[in-house]
Design a protein around this ligand. Structure first.
Ligand code: SAM
Length: 277
Protein backbone atom coordinates (compact mmCIF):
# COMPACT_ATOMS: atom_id res chain seq x y z
CA UNK A 1 0.00 0.00 0.00
CA UNK A 2 1.18 3.53 -0.73
CA UNK A 3 1.71 5.63 2.42
CA UNK A 4 0.71 9.25 2.90
CA UNK A 5 1.64 11.55 0.03
CA UNK A 6 4.80 13.51 0.98
CA UNK A 7 4.83 17.31 0.70
CA UNK A 8 7.18 17.11 -2.30
CA UNK A 9 4.60 15.03 -4.17
CA UNK A 10 1.70 17.45 -3.89
CA UNK A 11 -0.43 17.04 -6.98
CA UNK A 12 -1.93 19.78 -9.14
CA UNK A 13 -5.61 20.51 -8.46
CA UNK A 14 -7.78 17.77 -9.96
CA UNK A 15 -5.01 15.14 -9.90
CA UNK A 16 -5.37 12.23 -7.48
CA UNK A 17 -1.87 11.10 -6.37
CA UNK A 18 -3.33 8.01 -4.66
CA UNK A 19 -4.34 6.48 -8.01
CA UNK A 20 -1.77 5.30 -10.55
CA UNK A 21 -2.03 6.71 -14.06
CA UNK A 22 -0.75 5.30 -17.35
CA UNK A 23 1.15 8.49 -18.21
CA UNK A 24 2.87 8.72 -14.81
CA UNK A 25 3.67 5.00 -14.60
CA UNK A 26 5.26 5.27 -18.07
CA UNK A 27 7.23 8.28 -16.85
CA UNK A 28 8.44 6.18 -13.89
CA UNK A 29 9.52 3.41 -16.30
CA UNK A 30 11.52 6.00 -18.26
CA UNK A 31 13.23 7.28 -15.11
CA UNK A 32 11.33 10.61 -15.20
CA UNK A 33 10.32 12.75 -12.23
CA UNK A 34 6.63 13.38 -13.02
CA UNK A 35 5.31 10.46 -11.03
CA UNK A 36 4.10 9.62 -7.51
CA UNK A 37 4.79 6.75 -5.11
CA UNK A 38 1.67 4.89 -6.32
CA UNK A 39 3.06 4.95 -9.89
CA UNK A 40 6.52 3.79 -8.82
CA UNK A 41 4.81 0.96 -6.92
CA UNK A 42 3.41 -0.32 -10.24
CA UNK A 43 6.86 -0.06 -11.81
CA UNK A 44 8.47 -1.98 -8.93
CA UNK A 45 5.76 -4.67 -9.20
CA UNK A 46 6.55 -5.21 -12.89
CA UNK A 47 10.28 -5.16 -12.09
CA UNK A 48 9.69 -8.04 -9.67
CA UNK A 49 8.18 -10.04 -12.52
CA UNK A 50 10.91 -8.95 -14.96
CA UNK A 51 14.03 -7.17 -13.67
CA UNK A 52 14.60 -5.37 -17.00
CA UNK A 53 11.01 -4.00 -16.97
CA UNK A 54 12.11 -0.45 -17.82
CA UNK A 55 13.08 -1.69 -21.29
CA UNK A 56 9.40 -2.02 -22.21
CA UNK A 57 9.23 1.79 -22.12
CA UNK A 58 12.79 2.49 -23.27
CA UNK A 59 12.43 0.35 -26.42
CA UNK A 60 9.02 1.87 -27.12
CA UNK A 61 10.35 5.40 -26.82
CA UNK A 62 13.41 4.65 -28.96
CA UNK A 63 11.10 3.19 -31.61
CA UNK A 64 9.00 6.38 -31.45
CA UNK A 65 12.08 8.51 -32.07
CA UNK A 66 13.37 6.35 -34.93
CA UNK A 67 10.04 6.07 -36.69
CA UNK A 68 9.26 9.81 -36.39
CA UNK A 69 12.73 10.55 -37.77
CA UNK A 70 12.02 8.15 -40.65
CA UNK A 71 8.63 9.75 -41.38
CA UNK A 72 10.09 13.27 -41.31
CA UNK A 73 13.10 12.37 -43.46
CA UNK A 74 11.67 9.92 -45.97
CA UNK A 75 8.11 11.11 -46.61
CA UNK A 76 6.65 14.46 -47.68
CA UNK A 77 4.27 14.46 -44.75
CA UNK A 78 3.91 17.80 -43.00
CA UNK A 79 1.38 16.90 -40.30
CA UNK A 80 1.61 14.49 -37.38
CA UNK A 81 -1.31 13.40 -35.19
CA UNK A 82 -0.08 11.72 -32.01
CA UNK A 83 -2.61 9.73 -29.96
CA UNK A 84 -1.56 9.45 -26.30
CA UNK A 85 1.33 11.90 -26.11
CA UNK A 86 2.44 10.98 -22.61
CA UNK A 87 4.29 13.42 -20.40
CA UNK A 88 7.06 15.50 -21.96
CA UNK A 89 10.38 13.68 -21.91
CA UNK A 90 13.87 14.08 -23.40
CA UNK A 91 12.91 13.84 -27.08
CA UNK A 92 9.32 14.72 -27.91
CA UNK A 93 7.76 14.12 -31.31
CA UNK A 94 7.68 17.78 -32.36
CA UNK A 95 11.37 18.12 -31.49
CA UNK A 96 12.37 15.05 -33.50
CA UNK A 97 10.21 16.05 -36.48
CA UNK A 98 10.71 19.81 -36.52
CA UNK A 99 14.49 19.44 -36.31
CA UNK A 100 14.17 17.93 -39.78
CA UNK A 101 11.10 19.85 -40.99
CA UNK A 102 10.66 23.06 -38.98
CA UNK A 103 7.27 23.76 -40.58
CA UNK A 104 5.76 20.36 -39.77
CA UNK A 105 2.63 20.54 -37.62
CA UNK A 106 2.20 18.24 -34.62
CA UNK A 107 -1.05 17.73 -32.73
CA UNK A 108 -0.79 15.80 -29.47
CA UNK A 109 -3.78 14.18 -27.78
CA UNK A 110 -3.99 12.87 -24.23
CA UNK A 111 -6.53 12.74 -21.41
CA UNK A 112 -4.31 12.33 -18.36
CA UNK A 113 -4.86 15.11 -15.78
CA UNK A 114 -1.11 15.57 -15.13
CA UNK A 115 -0.40 15.82 -18.86
CA UNK A 116 -3.21 18.38 -19.10
CA UNK A 117 -2.07 20.27 -16.00
CA UNK A 118 1.52 20.92 -16.99
CA UNK A 119 2.66 18.66 -19.80
CA UNK A 120 0.68 20.39 -22.51
CA UNK A 121 2.39 23.72 -21.80
CA UNK A 122 5.77 22.10 -22.47
CA UNK A 123 4.54 20.18 -25.49
CA UNK A 124 2.92 23.25 -27.10
CA UNK A 125 6.33 24.78 -27.59
CA UNK A 126 5.70 26.74 -30.80
CA UNK A 127 2.98 27.80 -33.25
CA UNK A 128 3.16 24.51 -35.13
CA UNK A 129 2.61 22.34 -32.07
CA UNK A 130 -0.81 21.90 -30.50
CA UNK A 131 -2.55 19.81 -27.87
CA UNK A 132 -6.08 18.44 -27.59
CA UNK A 133 -7.60 16.87 -24.49
CA UNK A 134 -9.71 13.96 -25.74
CA UNK A 135 -10.27 10.19 -25.61
CA UNK A 136 -8.13 8.44 -28.23
CA UNK A 137 -10.32 5.35 -28.09
CA UNK A 138 -13.22 7.39 -29.50
CA UNK A 139 -12.17 8.00 -33.13
CA UNK A 140 -15.28 10.08 -33.92
CA UNK A 141 -14.46 12.39 -31.04
CA UNK A 142 -10.85 12.77 -32.20
CA UNK A 143 -11.68 13.18 -35.88
CA UNK A 144 -14.19 15.94 -35.13
CA UNK A 145 -12.12 17.59 -32.39
CA UNK A 146 -11.81 21.34 -32.98
CA UNK A 147 -8.02 21.51 -32.46
CA UNK A 148 -7.45 18.45 -34.63
CA UNK A 149 -9.63 19.85 -37.45
CA UNK A 150 -7.97 23.23 -37.20
CA UNK A 151 -4.40 21.97 -37.55
CA UNK A 152 -4.66 18.64 -39.39
CA UNK A 153 -5.86 18.81 -42.99
CA UNK A 154 -7.44 15.44 -43.81
CA UNK A 155 -7.19 16.12 -47.55
CA UNK A 156 -3.37 15.85 -47.26
CA UNK A 157 -1.39 12.79 -46.03
CA UNK A 158 -1.09 12.52 -42.26
CA UNK A 159 1.37 10.68 -40.03
CA UNK A 160 -0.91 9.00 -37.51
CA UNK A 161 0.75 7.67 -34.35
CA UNK A 162 -0.62 5.19 -31.78
CA UNK A 163 2.50 4.45 -29.78
CA UNK A 164 2.21 2.51 -26.54
CA UNK A 165 -1.52 3.19 -26.32
CA UNK A 166 -3.74 0.43 -27.72
CA UNK A 167 -2.54 -2.14 -25.16
CA UNK A 168 -4.18 0.09 -22.53
CA UNK A 169 -7.65 -0.27 -24.04
CA UNK A 170 -9.69 -2.09 -21.39
CA UNK A 171 -12.80 -3.18 -23.30
CA UNK A 172 -13.41 -6.13 -25.67
CA UNK A 173 -10.27 -7.70 -27.18
CA UNK A 174 -11.39 -7.09 -30.79
CA UNK A 175 -12.13 -3.37 -30.27
CA UNK A 176 -8.61 -1.90 -30.84
CA UNK A 177 -8.67 -3.25 -34.43
CA UNK A 178 -12.09 -1.63 -34.94
CA UNK A 179 -10.79 1.64 -33.51
CA UNK A 180 -7.81 1.55 -35.88
CA UNK A 181 -10.06 0.75 -38.85
CA UNK A 182 -12.11 3.86 -38.16
CA UNK A 183 -8.97 6.00 -38.03
CA UNK A 184 -7.42 4.39 -41.12
CA UNK A 185 -10.66 4.84 -43.10
CA UNK A 186 -10.54 8.57 -42.31
CA UNK A 187 -6.94 9.03 -43.46
CA UNK A 188 -6.20 10.11 -47.05
CA UNK A 189 -4.13 7.96 -49.39
CA UNK A 190 -0.39 8.39 -48.81
CA UNK A 191 -0.82 8.67 -45.02
CA UNK A 192 1.40 6.66 -42.68
CA UNK A 193 0.41 4.88 -39.49
CA UNK A 194 2.85 3.88 -36.74
CA UNK A 195 1.81 1.60 -33.89
CA UNK A 196 3.74 0.06 -31.02
CA UNK A 197 2.20 -2.50 -28.68
CA UNK A 198 3.10 -4.94 -25.88
CA UNK A 199 3.97 -8.28 -27.52
CA UNK A 200 3.41 -11.87 -26.50
CA UNK A 201 6.39 -13.27 -28.43
CA UNK A 202 4.92 -16.82 -28.38
CA UNK A 203 8.30 -18.32 -27.53
CA UNK A 204 10.37 -18.91 -24.40
CA UNK A 205 9.78 -15.25 -23.44
CA UNK A 206 5.97 -15.59 -23.39
CA UNK A 207 6.03 -16.50 -19.73
CA UNK A 208 7.55 -13.16 -18.77
CA UNK A 209 5.04 -11.32 -21.01
CA UNK A 210 2.18 -13.10 -19.20
CA UNK A 211 3.71 -12.29 -15.80
CA UNK A 212 4.02 -8.59 -16.67
CA UNK A 213 0.46 -8.58 -18.02
CA UNK A 214 -0.80 -10.06 -14.75
CA UNK A 215 1.00 -7.39 -12.72
CA UNK A 216 -0.24 -4.52 -14.91
CA UNK A 217 -3.83 -5.74 -14.87
CA UNK A 218 -3.94 -6.26 -11.11
CA UNK A 219 -2.10 -3.04 -10.34
CA UNK A 220 -3.77 0.29 -9.48
CA UNK A 221 -3.13 1.24 -13.15
CA UNK A 222 -5.21 -1.71 -14.30
CA UNK A 223 -4.31 -2.18 -17.98
CA UNK A 224 -1.68 -3.74 -20.24
CA UNK A 225 -2.55 -6.42 -22.80
CA UNK A 226 0.22 -8.39 -24.52
CA UNK A 227 -0.93 -9.33 -28.04
CA UNK A 228 0.65 -11.80 -30.46
CA UNK A 229 2.37 -10.62 -33.64
CA UNK A 230 -0.65 -11.70 -35.72
CA UNK A 231 -2.99 -9.75 -33.45
CA UNK A 232 -0.83 -6.62 -33.69
CA UNK A 233 -0.67 -6.99 -37.49
CA UNK A 234 -4.49 -6.83 -37.56
CA UNK A 235 -4.27 -3.28 -36.21
CA UNK A 236 -2.66 -2.25 -39.53
CA UNK A 237 -5.40 -3.78 -41.67
CA UNK A 238 -5.67 -2.09 -45.09
CA UNK A 239 -2.13 -0.65 -45.02
CA UNK A 240 1.01 -1.55 -46.99
CA UNK A 241 3.59 -2.39 -44.36
CA UNK A 242 7.04 -0.83 -44.59
CA UNK A 243 9.67 -3.57 -44.45
CA UNK A 244 10.25 -5.42 -42.16
CA UNK A 245 6.58 -5.24 -41.05
CA UNK A 246 5.66 -5.61 -37.39
CA UNK A 247 8.74 -6.59 -35.45
CA UNK A 248 10.25 -6.20 -31.99
CA UNK A 249 10.82 -2.44 -31.49
CA UNK A 250 14.49 -3.15 -30.76
CA UNK A 251 14.85 -4.68 -34.24
CA UNK A 252 13.08 -1.90 -36.20
CA UNK A 253 16.04 -0.15 -37.84
CA UNK A 254 18.26 -0.05 -34.75
CA UNK A 255 20.90 2.65 -34.56
CA UNK A 256 23.78 0.22 -35.09
CA UNK A 257 24.88 -3.40 -35.01
CA UNK A 258 23.84 -5.38 -31.94
CA UNK A 259 26.71 -6.65 -29.85
CA UNK A 260 24.59 -7.90 -26.93
CA UNK A 261 21.65 -10.33 -27.08
CA UNK A 262 18.20 -8.84 -26.36
CA UNK A 263 16.99 -9.34 -22.82
CA UNK A 264 13.62 -11.03 -22.28
CA UNK A 265 11.69 -7.75 -21.86
CA UNK A 266 13.05 -6.41 -25.15
CA UNK A 267 11.29 -9.36 -26.80
CA UNK A 268 7.94 -8.15 -25.44
CA UNK A 269 7.29 -4.87 -27.29
CA UNK A 270 6.73 -4.63 -31.04
CA UNK A 271 6.01 -1.94 -33.59
CA UNK A 272 5.63 -1.20 -37.26
CA UNK A 273 4.79 1.45 -39.83
CA UNK A 274 2.24 1.11 -42.63
CA UNK A 275 1.24 3.32 -45.58
CA UNK A 276 -2.30 3.84 -46.78
CA UNK A 277 -2.36 3.00 -50.51
N1 SAM B 1 2.92 7.73 -26.99
C1 SAM B 1 3.89 7.96 -25.94
C2 SAM B 1 5.08 7.08 -26.17
O1 SAM B 1 4.94 6.08 -26.92
O2 SAM B 1 6.15 7.33 -25.63
C3 SAM B 1 3.29 7.76 -24.55
C4 SAM B 1 2.83 6.36 -24.28
S1 SAM B 1 2.08 6.19 -22.66
C5 SAM B 1 2.40 4.51 -22.34
C6 SAM B 1 0.35 6.14 -23.10
C7 SAM B 1 -0.31 7.50 -23.08
O3 SAM B 1 -1.64 7.35 -23.60
C8 SAM B 1 -0.46 8.10 -21.68
O4 SAM B 1 0.00 9.41 -21.66
C9 SAM B 1 -1.96 8.05 -21.40
O5 SAM B 1 -2.41 9.13 -20.60
C10 SAM B 1 -2.52 8.11 -22.80
N2 SAM B 1 -3.86 7.53 -22.88
C11 SAM B 1 -4.25 6.29 -22.44
N3 SAM B 1 -5.56 6.12 -22.67
C12 SAM B 1 -6.00 7.26 -23.26
C13 SAM B 1 -7.26 7.69 -23.74
N4 SAM B 1 -8.33 6.89 -23.66
N5 SAM B 1 -7.35 8.92 -24.30
C14 SAM B 1 -6.27 9.75 -24.37
N6 SAM B 1 -5.05 9.39 -23.94
C15 SAM B 1 -4.92 8.17 -23.38
Amino acid sequence: MAGPVPQSERAPVGVDPTRASIARVYDAFLGGKDNYEIDREVFRGVQKAAPEAQDLAVENRNFLIRCCRFLALQTDIQQFLDCGSGLPTAENIHQVVQRIKPEARVVYIDNDPVVLAHGRALLEENDNTHFAAADIFQPKEILSNETVRKHIDFSEPVAFLQLGTLHHYEGPAEKPAEIMKEYIDALPSGSYVAISHFLDPENEHSAVARKMEGVFRHSPMGSGTFRTLAEIEQLFDGLEMMTPGVIRCADWYPDGPRLKPLNQVQHCIAGGVGRKP
